[in-house]
Design a protein around this ligand. Structure first.
Ligand SMILES: C[S@@+](CC[C@H](N)C(=O)[O-])C[C@H]1O[C@@H](n2cnc3c(N)ncnc32)[C@H](O)[C@@H]1O
Length: 388
């Protein structure tokens, strides 16, 4: 979970070591090539380079941004109960699709592999067994992909489930099963739009005296304008991510039976405009909120998912919505309460029991801005809706 406080006007200055300073300077130097002839760089291009440049970006560099030693953690690191509850939903989908048929789990953006390892551990101890399962890790960062595979391969062997790295959701053929994406849509490069009272304009950056500074272009952004009635107050900023929408379309192209489960912080477009008029861009470095322009390639950047656009893209691509709800509600539907009872009963000490209860509190209340979007391939939508 990225520490988020988009209303803060005084984020910390990131404290960089020499290696981080060198990398950040290298990103700034590369940024010049990403600029339009007038020097303007749309925000999504800046975010693309800062996060994904091979060897330089937050996800391309040697030090992992995930976990307590990194920059942020996600729900998968809070407690295995998160992944175990996701595994319960996977078991339900598998039961609906038929346990005697092959079933694939594709995880987009597995990061360090924590969720995959937990899910495989939970599936291996389920009474129906793991026959016919396989697990594909689709990780954009080659370094994190290797880390994830190393961690997950042994869990796969113990569970009797083949685990492979794959280059895209459908690269190994059509998917009959479940596609998972935890905190992946918010990490897609986003465009930032600003309402000037008459039209939406585009925000981005410029390089001035070797530093990245926020900038605005008066050209009309090449994405559909928000249809908001009444129009927002002048100065309102909204983020949209064509890349996140493209990822959903890609999953829709390959998911032939089963579900796509996307878990992320975000909101509807109208809620974003009303609740976050300055936008939702956040940067974190070593668990502190920092200035998003000070340390490209070092500080993680993310924006809230614009679920209005993502849900519309899913509908247009032929996926059917099974659920759109809070993370707490989804975990509840999928079976968290029974798993918590079992974990509490199995706790070896009063201290361990308190740790379980505190983690559950964090999963339910610490992720209050998180939404779960469950989308089904059309042939299986009706049956899956009945088990929601
Ligand atoms: C915020 S991290 C979340 C990691 C993990 N899912 C978790 O919950 O801890 C986002 C991850 O998505 C990966 N990623 C981003 N875009 C991707 C894409 N188009 N395909 C596959 N992985 C992607 C990043 O490299 C990174 O590992």
């Amino acid at each position: 979970m990225r520490e988020r406080n988009d209303a803060r006007s005084d984020p910390d200055r990131p404290r960089l070591d020499a290696e981080e300073r060198r990398r950040s300077d290298a990103v700034v130097a590369r940024l010049r090539a990403f600029a339009d002839p007038d020097g303007f760089v749309p925000f999504d291009r800046y975010m693309e380079l800062a996060l994904y440049a091979e060897g330089l970006g937050v996800y391309g560099r040697e030090r992992s941004p995930l976990g307590t030693e990194g920059d942020f953690y996600t729900a998968v690191h809070v407690h295995p109960l998160f992944g175990e509850t996701v595994a319960e939903r996977i078991r339900t989908v598998r039961r609906v699709l038929g346990r005697d048929r092959p079933f694939r789990i594709v995880e987009l953006g597995p990061g360090d592999g924590t969720l995959a390892a937990t899910v495989l551990g939970a599936l291996s101890s389920a009474p129906e067994g793991t026959h016919g399962l396989d697990y594909l890790l689709v990780e954009r960062s080659s370094r994190l992909g290797r880390t994830a595979l190393e961690k997950v391969e042994s869990a796969g062997r113990a569970a009797g489930v083949p685990v492979r790295l794959s280059s895209a959701a459908g690269a190994d053929g059509p998917v009959r099963g479940v596609v998972l994406a935890n905190e992946v849509l918010d990490a897609q490069p986003a465009r930032r739009l600003r309402w000037n009272g008459t039209v939406w304009t585009e925000l981005g950056v410029r390089v001035v005296d070797g530093r990245v500074v926020p900038a605005e272009s008066d050209r009309v952004p090449p994405v559909p304008s928000p249809a908001l009635d009444p129009p927002p107050r002048p100065g309102t900023v909204l983020e949209v991510s064509p890349a996140a929408e493209a990822l959903v379309r890609e999953v829709a192209d390959h998911l032939v039976e089963g579900e796509f489960i996307a878990i992320d912080y975000g909101a509807e477009e109208s809620e974003l405009v009303a609740g976050h008029p300055l936008g939702t861009l956040a940067a974190v470095h070593r668990h502190r909120t920092v200035d998003p322009y000070e340390a490209p390639g070092v500080a993680d950047l993310s924006v809230f998912v614009n679920f209005t656009r993502v849900r519309a893209a899913a509908r247009r691509a032929g996926l059917e919505e099974i659920a759109y709800c809070s993370q707490a509600e989804a975990l509840g539907f999928w079976g968290l309460p029974a798993l918590v009872d079992a974990a509490v009963r199995a706790a070896p000490s009063a201290e361990a029991e308190v740790r379980v209860r505190l983690s559950v509190k964090s999963l339910l209340f610490g992720f209050e801005r998180f939404r779960v979007l469950e989308l089904a391939a059309r042939p299986t939508a009706e049956a899956l809706r009945r088990v929601t």
